[in-house]
Write a protein that binds this ligand. Structure first.
Ligand SMILES: NC(=O)C1=CN([C@@H]2O[C@H](COP(=O)(O)OP(=O)(O)OC[C@H]3O[C@@H](n4cnc5c(N)ncnc54)[C@H](OP(=O)(O)O)[C@@H]3O)[C@@H](O)[C@H]2O)C=CC1
Ligand SMILES: O=C1O[C@H](COP(=O)(O)O)[C@@H](O)[C@H](O)[C@H]1O
Length: 497
């Protein structure tokens, strides 16, 4: 496996949840697997005042939480943590950037590091402009003999205007190919395997189009509520939080044309084309094709939970959607007439992300019980949990007659290896260190997806609470039935998983 060049990873927002829960555990895992550069330093920065050792202890706890079997005394853990440093730093105070620059140079000298730096913005999005401007002013954004890369966490803008503005600002400081817009769904092993499943197997391609696929479902349901992210969620909602990025990306992997080569730009060209072919609805069509809902109090795993409007930092009469279902149409030759149904929501009955490709039925149903009148054939890609790929088809029930029932041929990732699948952030952090942007999203794709999302949000703002459905926590909204005719719904899939 290729190793990245010696470098520094400078994480802004290092005292926050993402750093401790995801980034540092992922970096430690890469270290253990011998995938980090031979020579590296991780420098965390945030306003909270912490010494290097206090920061290391906090990160050590984060790693131990993510790896239950690991001991705090493990020699590899202390060797890794020795390379982790911290500095108290207020991104809004321009004077502090000079101090940051001095600390960076001091560490580079201490470890004889070349001038290669990845900046990671794990701060609130309001800082995504402030930090690059500060780095530009103090000169840290530039190097004459190394590289600079910048990772931008989601959300990348809140609409097309802000996304374009942010891209313009970042491009005035960094080259576009050094800007890494992260979408952690693309770091998931099962999601990357969509590309391999499609483009390394000749058997699927002839069927992968409007002639053989009736419709596609992309579901990402969660049992968790919004937790302590009320402030963020009030301005975001399910459409911006999950659909604009993660779920449209999944759809693009299913819908894209084969790239001319397996390199970042060829792949990202095809993804951008999918987003550009999204059919934009009129306000009247939106009422038909899009459903939004909000959770009320209910029961999850036997425990009572409160409704969205009672959550911390949420308005008592909020109309923010915690659930959304969208029927998506793609105006292109491969997919015209084959809808993609995307649903996502918080506080639903189970946590799962899956893609179900529904193939068309036989022209005539010759057998009794033939999958209850619908097609027997589905390809199910279970992204999480119980990562798997299953192909469903009809077979004869043993005995007299010709009664058919649906059976499943399953591949379980757990049967491939007893090791747990790598966390999405491991892959994405490794890629940015290597300079591979294949699994990061490009400006044109982001903008095309905002172009699709913006009119929907504007329409909802205009309609206020009109059309907002309520569902009890722990249940699945019934309004979804309005989008998808009954004969298209797959009742069998869940039972078999
Ligand atoms: N947590 C998660 O699982 C995910 C998070 N994200 C995104 O990652 C980003 C960070 O999220 P998360 O870690 O949860 O957020 P937190 O609120 O937990 O952390 C934010 C961090 O930013 C720091 N910060 C805030 N203001 C400043 C400032 N003026 N100067 C320097 N540092 C500052 C905070 O530290 P201090 O107060 O010490 O300055 C803290 O370290 C967000 O944009 C979020 O959308 C994306 C996907 C998942
Ligand atoms: O980006 C986000 O994703 C999580 C869901 O991620 P998953 O990997 O657990 O499926 C979601 O809970 C969160 O609201 C959103 O910001």
């Amino acid at each position: 496996m290729e190793k990245a060049d010696a470098q520094m990873l400078l994480i802004f927002g290092a005292s926050g949840d993402l750093t401790t829960r995801k980034l540092i555990p992922a970096l430690y895992e890469l270290y253990v697997r011998n995938l980090l550069p031979e020579n590296f330093v991780i420098l965390g920065a945030a306003r909270t005042v912490l010494t290097d050792n206090e920061f290391r202890r906090k990160q050590c706890d984060g790693i131990l939480t993510s790896q239950k079997e690991l001991s705090a005394k493990d020699a590899r853990l202390s060797l890794f943590l020795k390379r982790v440093y911290y500095m108290g730093f207020d991104t809004q105070n321009t004077d502090e950037y000079e101090t940051l620059k001095n600390r960076v140079e001091e560490l580079q000298n201490l470890y004889s590091l070349p001038d290669n730096i990845v900046f990671y913005m794990a701060t609130p999005p309001e800082m995504y402009e402030v930090i690059p401007l500060g780095l530009q002013k103090c000169g840290l954004a530039y190097t004459s003999d190394g590289f600079r890369r910048i990772v931008v966490e989601k959300p990348f803008g809140t609409d097309i205007k802000s996304a374009k503005h942010l891209t313009r600002l970042l491009e005035s400081i960094f080259d576009e190919h050094d800007i890494y817009r992260i979408d952690h769904y693309l770091g998931k092993e099962t999601v990357q395997n969509i590309l391999v499943l499609r483009f390394s197997n000749g058997i699927f391609e002839p069927l992968w189009n409007r002639n053989y696929i009736d419709h596609v479902e992309i579901v990402s349901s969660e049992t968790l509520g919004i937790g302590n992210r009320g402030g963020y969620y009030e301005s975001s909602g399910a459409l911006r939080d999950m659909v604009q990025n993660h779920l449209l990306q999944l759809m693009a992997f299913i819908a894209m044309e084969p790239p001319v080569a397996f390199d970042p730009e060829s792949i990202r060209d095809e993804i951008a084309k999918v987003f550009k072919s999204l059919h934009h609805y009129t306000p009247e069509e939106m009422q038909e094709q899009i459903v939004r809902g909000q959770y009320t109090a209910g029961t999850i795993a036997g425990e009572s939970v409160q409704g969205y409007r009672d959550e911390k930092n949420v308005s008592g009469d909020s109309v923010r959607e915690t659930y959304v279902a969208v029927k998506i149409e793609l105006d292109n030759w491969r997919w015209a007439g084959t809808p993609f149904y995307i649903y996502t929501g918080k506080r639903l009955s189970e946590k799962k992300t899956e893609i179900i490709i529904h193939f068309k039925s036989t022209p005539q149903q010759l057998f009794v019980g033939q999958c209850s009148g619908s097609s027997c054939n589905q390809l199910i890609i279970r992204v999480q949990p119980n990562e798997s790929i299953a192909l469903r088809f009809g077979l004869k029930i043993p005995g007299s007659g010709f009664e058919v029932r649906q059976v499943s041929m399953d591949f379980l990732y757990s049967s491939l290896s007893d090791k747990k699948l790598p966390d999405a952030y491991e892959r994405l952090l490794l890629d940015v260190m290597l300079g591979d942007s294949t699994l990061y999203s490009r400006a044109d794709a982001q903008e095309a997806s905002w172009n699709f999302i913006d009119p929907i949000i504007k329409n909802w703002v205009k309609r206020g609470k009109d059309g907002l459905a309520f569902y009890a926590s722990g249940s699945d909204p019934e309004e979804i039935d309005r989008l998808m005719p009954h004969d298209k719904k797959c009742n069998c899939c869940n039972e078999m998983m």
